[in-house]
Design a protein around this ligand. Structure first.
Ligand SMILES: Cc1ncc(COP(=O)(O)O)c(C=O)c1O
Length: 374
């Protein structure tokens, strides 16, 4: 039998996210919960009646238009099949066996996944007990073998950000390490370091159309970095990784960025409404600058997640992470969706360990199977 590479042999089986989410209230993947701009759907319909499906994708026009949208030049932009693919491209280009990377913990698990597939190892830097993370903590993990560092800003699942001051310090003090700043949730946080790509030669920024833009199913992400870093990635890239439908829809979506901005504003105010409710019932949570909230409901977190699921409300159980036992993550959606979530949570309040004494303590329930967080 032909054996896979050692790194792949050592990989733990991948547990895909739960299936069967259609028709349910999806507050588990930090997606757009109401859908993309209607004009985008119209473009998609029109494409199906032309010869788009039988032709290989063409990238030039899309790359130029997206570069203009992001305010970079086309040679500073790479198209990817979602941020996941962008992360893989970084590993394909820059990581070999024995190379290291640094990530905050907890964070989006795909960075470590592709790092491991490439044969590299990962140094996780834990947030402190108040979910704080400083430049000093991250820099302390960097050494000569550190090829890259991934910082989701805001981070998933905490919703916290590394300050711009800290990011500047990291970029300056680790000049031989690529610093990937994943801005998947930028539309909610309003904070970006994209204009810095010409200033810091070790900065890579990623953006996605999966979150506020509402195109997660189409899979489109962008890598934005200086031309010297972009060039080898372009050489190593899967030449047809991005499909034509995703590109045409993204090009229409950026024409309606006001729609996206309005959606993001609504979501942020609904996130704050959810936080007010958590305050009222005494559930601690992490202050979030994104479209989700990580809250500590206590030892019966998994049970609460399952009970909500039985009501067709999907949320993310983070209890499998040993440092996040008792934590659930809720995506904020429309006002009506948030009302439904709050109503569901109110119903199971007696199962929660609130700081004002409600709820009862019990032995932790058996953990649900590990999944990738999205
Ligand atoms: C921080 C972060 N980056 C990237 C992604 C995935 O983005 P994409 O759909 O573009 O692969 C997620 C998904 O949840 C995420 O939380």
């Amino acid at each position: 039998m032909v054996r896979p590479r050692k790194a792949v042999e050592r990989l733990k089986p991948y547990h895909p996210p739960r299936e069967g989410r259609g028709g349910k209230l999806r507050l588990d993947f930090n997606e757009n919960t109401v859908g993309c701009a209607p004009q985008v759907v119209r473009v998609l319909r029109n494409m199906l009646s032309s010869d788009w499906l039988s032709r290989y994708p063409e990238y030039e026009e899309a790359r130029n238009a997206l570069a203009a949208y992001f305010g970079v030049s086309p040679d500073e932009l790479l198209l990817a099949n979602g941020t996941d693919d962008a992360i893989k491209m970084v590993c394909d280009t820059f990581v070999g066996p024995g190379d290291e990377m640094v990530v905050p913990a907890p964070t989006f698990p795909v960075y470590e996944f592709f790092q491991t597939v490439a044969g590299g190892s990962t140094k996780r830097v834990r947030y402190d007990e108040k979910f704080r993370l400083t430049a000093g903590m991250l820099l302390a993990a960097v050494n000569k073998r550190t090829r890259w560092m991934a910082i989701a800003n805001p981070n998933n699942p905490t919703g916290t950000v590394v300050s711009q001051r800290d990011l500047r310090t990291i970029l300056r003090k680790a000049p031989d390490t690529l610093i990937l700043v994943d801005e998947a949730y930028v539309d909610f946080s309003g904070q970006t370091v994209l204009p810095w790509i010409r200033k810091y030669p070790n900065l890579i920024v990623t953006r996605t159309f999966s979150k506020a833009f509402g195109l997660a199913g189409l899979r489109l992400g962008c890598i934005l970095t200086n031309a010297e870093v972009a060039e080898p990635m372009r050489r190593a890239q899967n030449p047809f990784a991005v499909n034509s439908l995703a590109l045409a829809c993204a090009l229409e979506a950026i024409k309606h960025d006001k729609y996206v901005a309005r959606y993001a504003r609504q979501v942020c105010s609904n996130r704050d409404r959810l936080c007010c409710f958590l305050d009222k019932i005494g559930i601690p949570y992490v202050h979030s600058l994104s479209n989700f909230v990580l809250a500590r409901v206590g030892a019966r977190a998994s049970e609460i997640a399952l009970k909500l699921r039985a009501q067709d409300i999907l949320i993310r159980d983070w209890s499998y992470d040993p440092r996040l036992q008792g934590y659930l993550r809720f995506t904020a959606g429309s006002t009506e969706q948030t009302r439904r979530l709050i109503q569901g949570l109110a119903e199971f309040q007696s199962l929660m360990e609130t700081s004002n004494g409600a709820g009862r303590r019990r032995k932790p329930a058996k953990k649900s199977s590990k999944g990738r967080s999205s």
